[in-house]
Write a new protein. Structure first.
Length: 59
């Protein structure tokens, strides 16, 4: 049961990261690279994106 909950939390965090990547001011190519990183390495990619990835464009 705990594994399922942990998996769901990671999925939610990855979806949140991808939404933020798409809304960032990065180039289309860089967005694609970040999305692939988060998609193929869900936990590590999320951590790397959080510290080094593109931030949202803002209001």
């Amino acid at each position: 049961m705990f594994e399922g909950l942990l998996g769901a939390l990671i999925l939610i965090a990855d979806i949140w990261a991808i939404i933020n990547i798409v809304g960032s001011s990065a180039t289309t190519g860089m967005k694609a690279v970040w999305i692939l990183l988060v998609f193929f390495l869900p936990v590590i990619g999320l951590i790397i994106w959080y510290f080094a990835g593109p931030k949202s464009a803002g209001p």
